[in-house]
Write a protein that binds this ligand. Structure first.
Ligand code: AMP
Length: 535
């Protein structure tokens, strides 16, 4: 395995192989097999481009040979920062074909993050678009190139400047054959989703990711007739492989790419391409539910909507099927590994209020309080290991010592409990607890109560410095029509039987909840804003 990564212990790896969990298949094989089954089927759709499996395979081959010709060698890290376009898919498969290791940067990243990713990964190449949403990525790349001596080539999707190489101009060479790919080695690096520190790199192997895709595809019953709308960023684990883009390509279905989760763009595409499945975060779901009331688009092809990445309130979950006419699948996921998905045949209660069952019988889930297991059914930190959960971040020994237990369990930082049926219910995050005096207040819990109030369309509870309590709880509210008073919200929560110490000390009115580049609510930014509403 690539130096700087933490492999699974030999006996565990052997066990996974013996059980048929790891089958020694590189991710590229999933595409190759789909190509062999039907070259003429449509693999990718973007705007008015329609790319068949045969065309995608030829494109990947040409790019792979071109990358090899330009000196990208097996094992080298390549930072890839591209929007939701077919180029992303072709380039990642091409890099995997030369056994290079793509590092998935977000398109929203700027100098600090890209520079960090280049340094942390020791990248020798960087691939980026000419521009995106008015931002000049060539200028960004030129600055990154000037600062990082290890970077040998800047590849641009679009027109090159200076000594940049245009991805479009890459041509194959006759005498090139792809190197062998070790399926137990890294396929690509995903990013950790922390809100404070710069991202850490998550090495995902071919074996573990093929398994993740196979399991999630089975749960979602993916088939050749499925059409997946990539509305969230393609470089998210959720969109890329849960089962997402890779799952659909492995099944021989069609991936429709759009660069924005807005229903204004997505809903007409659902009608035009007869989309059957898509994935959203809860904040985007709110927009889809609103838009469903007025859109003329025919959404009847949609059979499954995956919602994950953040807590979905049961109230909003209950609106999905009646409003959008499709099944709801809650997804709990983390780029580090563990995935839980609600099954299609689960009772309604399970669909609305849980994040489902782990996708593998080999997933080991523990709910802990420090180093102790909590009693069954109680809330604690979700700690996990398994055949597709990493054993360590890349080049991060000190952080790994804290983030993993001695026996290889990943400490997720999420607060969760397990139902008697084994479904995971996320109850918050350890880092998101407000300590008010001696009392602990779970922000996600209070947010759910606030959201249930008609006066509130979005809410985030943040701990603010307080002389008396150390921290006091502040509710940042996006109001519906009438701005609610603190007294109203406190009595509304009180009426639900919420303990007094959990009632917000303060409310602040905001027009929207700011998000981090990874799409989480940015509570640090929030803490600096908002108009205080008198009680
Ligand atoms: P990421 O690695 O960026 O996918 O973020 C993973 C984190 O997102 C998890 O550790 C959780 O904190 C959060 N998360 C993912 N799915 C859910 C969900 N369905 N409900 C609540 N939080 C979630």
């Amino acid at each position: 395995m690539l130096t700087g990564c933490t492999p699974w212990p030999d006996e565990t790896a052997e066990h996974y192989r013996q059980q048929g969990i790891w089958r020694g298949e590189p991710l590229g094989l999933l595409l190759t097999q789909a190509v062999e089954r039907d070259r003429d089927a449509i693999a990718l759709v973007h705007d008015d481009r329609r790319i068949t499996y045969g065309e995608l395979d030829d494109w990947v081959n040409r790019l792979a040979a071109g990358f090899a010709h330009h000196g990208i060698a097996a094992g080298e890290r390549v930072v890839v920062q591209l929007p939701n376009t077919p180029e992303f898919v072709a380039i990642i498969f091409a890099l995997m074909r030369v056994d290079a290791k793509p590092v998935f940067s977000l398109i929203a990243h700027r100098d600090t993050e890209v520079d960090h990713l280049v340094r942390l990964s020791g990248a020798t190449h960087y691939i980026f678009p000419e521009a995106h949403r008015g931002y000049d990525h060539r200028a960004l790349a030129a600055r990154i190139g000037a600062e990082n001596d290890l970077l040998r080539t800047l590849f641009v999707v679009g027109e090159p400047t200076g000594d940049m190489v245009a991805v479009d101009a890459l041509a194959g060479v006759d005498d090139w054959t792809p190197p062998p790919v070790d399926p137990s080695d890294v396929a690509f690096f995903l990013l950790s989703g922390g809100t404070t520190a710069l991202p850490k790199l998550i090495p995902r192997t071919h074996d573990d990711y093929v398994y993740q895709v196979r399991q999630t595809s089975a749960v979602c019953e993916l088939g050749k007739t499925d059409v997946y709308l990539t509305a969230l960023p393609v470089e998210f684990n959720f969109t890329w492989g849960c089962p997402g883009v890779i799952g659909i390509l492995a099944a021989g279905g069609t991936v429709v790419m759009v660069d924005n989760p807005s229903p204004t763009l997505g809903m007409p595409l659902v009608e035009r391409e007869r989309v059957t499945i898509t994935s959203l975060v809860p904040s985007a779901l709110t927009l889809w539910l609103e838009a469903a009331e007025w859109t003329p688009a025919d959404l009847s092809s949609l059979r499954l909507l995956q919602v994950g990445s953040a807590k979905l309130s049961p109230a909003m979950a209950a609106r999905v099927t009646p409003t959008l006419g499709c099944d709801l699948q809650q997804v709990f996921g983390m780029a580090e590994g563990l995935l839980c998905l609600v099954r299609a045949d689960a009772p309604q209660e399970v669909k609305l209020s849980t994040q489902g069952l782990a996708i593998s019988p080999a997933d080991e889930i523990r709910i802990m309080d420090g180093d102790e297991l909590v009693p069954e059914g109680m809330i604690g930190e979700l700690v996990t290991r398994g055949p597709y959960t990493i054993r360590g971040y890349y080049q991060a020994p000190e952080h790994n010592a804290r983030a993993f237990t001695a026996d290889g369990f990943y400490r997720s930082g999420d607060l969760a409990r397990l139902t008697p049926g084994g479904e995971l219910v996320i109850e918050g995050r350890i880092k998101d607890v407000i300590i008010r005096g001696g009392d602990k207040i779970n922000a996600a819990e209070i947010e759910e109560y606030l959201l249930a109030d008609d006066a509130v369309t979005a809410a985030a509870v943040v701990g603010m410095p307080d002389e008396l309590f150390g921290e006091r709880s502040c509710a940042f509210i996006v109001p519906a029509e009438v701005v609610p008073t603190l007294a109203h919200l406190r009595s509304s929560l009180h009426a639900r039987g919420v303990a007094d110490y959990k009632l917000p000390d303060e409310i602040r009115i905001v027009t929207e909840l700011p998000l981090t580049p990874l799409g989480k609510i940015d509570k640090k930014a929030l803490a600096r804003t908002g108009e205080v509403v008198p009680s």
